[in-house]
Design a protein around this ligand. Structure first.
Ligand code: 6YU
Length: 508
């Protein structure tokens, strides 16, 4: 009976990214019928966003399914909807374990316009990868020797390269390889510098088996398929919420003769009374707005965890060329600056040197589908500055960069398109990382429903989903989807009588 009454509860999901869609889908599957999704923008998908460069599709947001194998809910859905090519779905592909770093076929170019020999770049890359793997062991062992991944790697590299026997020119190049790889890791982690990423918590992120794959028709195809399962009209677009009044803080939450513990207030003045709200906005948005987004304000512990956790910027700059300057088998082009004499993954002057943070380009493949398109990657404050420049300015700087590194002054890109996630008012950056000084405890605290104490402690008024609330898979699409489903399941369990929980209840 309690369960049947529960199905009448009014549930508002804030945000129509994959986490919000996953939550709404699961609630509907379990019979909840008063579910409403409020989305600030005019589209679904949030950070899953497919755009165009000329007639080609390009991913402005998420790119890959990380770890496409059966444990990954995004992979399962993509297979179910028939969105992947055959090769990505093979057993062999699912079994490959790349530990989060696919072995791309690489070309290294230097700022003097020459290609570097693998004899130089490969041993340093291998050493670097070993250190990156070692950075993950402290999560289980504790007693990390340095506070951050960046400081740990740089210390070990200094020790390894300091025998003084080598040629000094080669030593500079070796440091350059490390700098480029650190800049690449800033993109993977979504941080300004690896010095900001906590060494003790780095290993908390779990990788799944499977060779990362893309969606031939665009990642947003997954969103469109999922949206088909929601009834028309369930999502209200262009409906930014201004404030969540919880714990009956706004005495006016009455509707159809009932009193509701929560009132969701939108920017346009509309209000939605609710029994439960699942909030899926990004950590970046929470950092910026949590003080005004909740009435009463968030408990101090939760607010502190939000501030401690990291949310950085990673942007892409897609570049279309008439002809490739890379070999047909090349999957990634690394750029090495020969004038960087110290180990560092940041530039000294963001405004004038921002482009030096761009670690290189991935090649969009296969060429028969994309033509000749490169995707440049740039993280951090340099990336945030890039967003403020006009597209023409970015195109000019990227043209000069490619000409310098290829030594060919005639190469001129046809067109470019870039992402601007930091200045997106409803995302405020790209994704979560475990910042120096933060731990899994902060993610648990963020994910804890409100109120967390007092007489209403178990009423689940405000629930927290989104990628930032997933301790194992933060920063990913599957992490976001799983978190949305987790919070929907929390409500299902809440209304399921104890007699139905356990093996039978879990099938509800
Ligand atoms: C992945 C990948 N990938 C590249 C880039 C980006 C991301 N990710 P959403 O923000 O989607 O939804 C919230 C909604 O709320 C949104 O629609 C808002 O408009 C709305 N909203 C906000 N405020 C509101 C308000 N006031 N009122 C109403 N609505 C409001 N993930 O799996 N593969 O290749 C990449 C990548 C450039 C920007 C990615 C990737 C991250 C995912 O895109 C992201 O996690 C999810 O889409 C988030 O979904 P959501 O629903 O939670 O929020 C060791 C270690 C290291 C750890 N890192 C390693 C992992 C590497 C991660 N890699 C990423 C790399 C790329 C390239």
């Amino acid at each position: 009976m309690a369960f049947l009454q529960g199905l009448d509860s009014h549930i508002v999901v804030v945000g129509c990214g994959i986490s919000g869609i996953g939550a709404a889908q699961k609630l509907l599957q379990h019979g909840f019928h008063n579910v409403r999704v409020l989305e600030a923008t005019g589209r679904s998908g949030g950070r899953v966003k497919t755009g165009h460069l000329g007639s080609n599709i390009v991913e402005i947001g998420a790119n890959w399914i990380h770890g496409p194998s059966q444990e990954n809910p995004v992979f399962r859905l993509a297979c179910q909807y028939g969105l992947l090519d055959k090769e990505s779905m093979t057993e062999e592909n699912q079994a490959i374990d790349v530990a989060g770093h696919p072995p791309f076929t690489a070309t290294w170019l230097s700022s003097s316009g020459r290609q570097l020999e693998p004899e130089l770049t490969e041993p340093v890359s291998m050493l670097y990868m070993t250190l990156l793997e070692q950075s993950q062991v402290f999560y289980r062992q504790g007693r990390e020797p340095m506070p951050s991944v960046g400081e740990f790697i740089k210390r070990e590299i200094r020790l390894a390269l300091s025998d003084g026997r080598g040629n000094p020119v080669t030593a500079v190049l070796k440091r350059g390889v490390v700098n480029t790889l650190l800049k690449a890791e800033c993109c993977v982690s979504g941080t300004h510098t690896m010095d900001d990423v906590a060494l003790g918590a780095f290993g908390m992120y779990k990788t799944l088996p499977g060779l990362d794959c893309t969606f031939p028709g665009g990642y947003e195809g997954l969103i469109h398929q999922m949206m088909q399962t929601l009834p028309k009209g369930m999502v209200s677009y262009n409906k930014p919420i201004r404030c969540i009044h919880w714990n009956n803080s706004d005495g006016s939450a009455h509707h159809s003769g009932r009193t509701f513990p929560v009132l969701v207030e939108c920017e346009d003045g509309d209000t939605f009374p609710a029994d439960h709200v699942i909030i899926t906005v990004s950590l970046g948005y929470l950092k910026k707005h949590h003080e005004t987004l909740f009435r009463p304000r968030l408990p101090a512990q939760k607010a502190e965890s939000i501030q401690r956790m990291g949310f950085g910027t990673n942007n892409k700059i897609f570049v279309e060329l008439e002809q490739p300057f890379w070999e047909p088998d090349c999957e990634i082009i690394f750029l090495l600056w020969e004038d960087e004499s110290t180990l560092a993954d940041m530039v000294t002057d963001v405004k004038t040197l921002w482009v030096k943070k761009l670690f290189g380009f991935t090649v969009l493949r296969p060429a028969e589908r994309y033509g000749h398109i490169l995707c440049g990657w740039i993280a951090g404050r340099e990336s945030e500055h890039m967003e403020t420049l006009s597209e023409a300015e970015v195109k000019l700087t990227i043209t000069q960069l490619i000409q310098k590194f290829t030594g060919n002054p005639t190469i001129t890109p046809k067109r470019i398109v870039r992402s601007q996630w930091f200045h997106d008012p409803y995302t405020c950056g790209s994704y979560t990382y475990v910042a120096r000084g933060c731990s899994g405890h902060d993610i648990d605290t963020l994910a804890q429903p409100l109120p967390s104490e007092g007489p209403q402690a178990k009423s689940l008024q405000v629930l927290f989903a989104g990628e930032a609330t997933n301790k194992s898979f933060y920063s990913t699409v599957h992490g976001a989807l799983e978190a949305g489903c987790r919070e929907a399941q929390r409500l299902v369990t809440h209304y399921t009588p104890p007699a139905y929980q356990g093996p039978l209840g879990s099938k509800l």
